[in-house]
Design a protein around this ligand. Structure first.
Ligand code: SF4
Length: 100
């Protein structure tokens, strides 16, 4: 579940970018995995969604949003759940190095 405490204030300005998304009108099932999806099916679905994201004029805003609220599910800003987890792990490693 997304951590809604990280969400920006619910003003239209914060979410206007969503109206420009290349995924508008696309099948949401391309962006969110069904229960139990694994292997090649998952890889193909994610590749299809990422191809749409690659054409998106608001990919940077979408990616920033997904990372800031730690969206737990779906393809956002051209990133899968696993892609985002890798980024979080790298951020954590950098913080640990900075502290040490
Ligand atoms: S980057 Fe991808 S998920 Fe985000 S708005 Fe664009 S098409 Fe949709």
């Amino acid at each position: 579940m997304a951590d809604i405490s990280r969400l920006p204030a619910p003003t239209a300005d914060q979410y206007d970018w969503q109206f420009e998304g290349a995924c508008r009108g696309e099948d949401p099932e391309a962006f969110f995995h069904p229960e139990g999806e694994r292997g090649p099916s998952r890889a193909q679905r994610e590749a299809k969604a990422k191809a749409i994201c690659a054409t998106c004029p608001v990919i940077a805003a979408c990616a920033a949003h997904a990372l800031s609220v730690r969206e737990p599910y779906g393809i956002w800003g051209g990133m899968s759940e696993d892609d985002r987890e890798l980024i979080y792990a790298r951020q954590k490693a950098r913080r640990n190095i900075a502290i040490a």
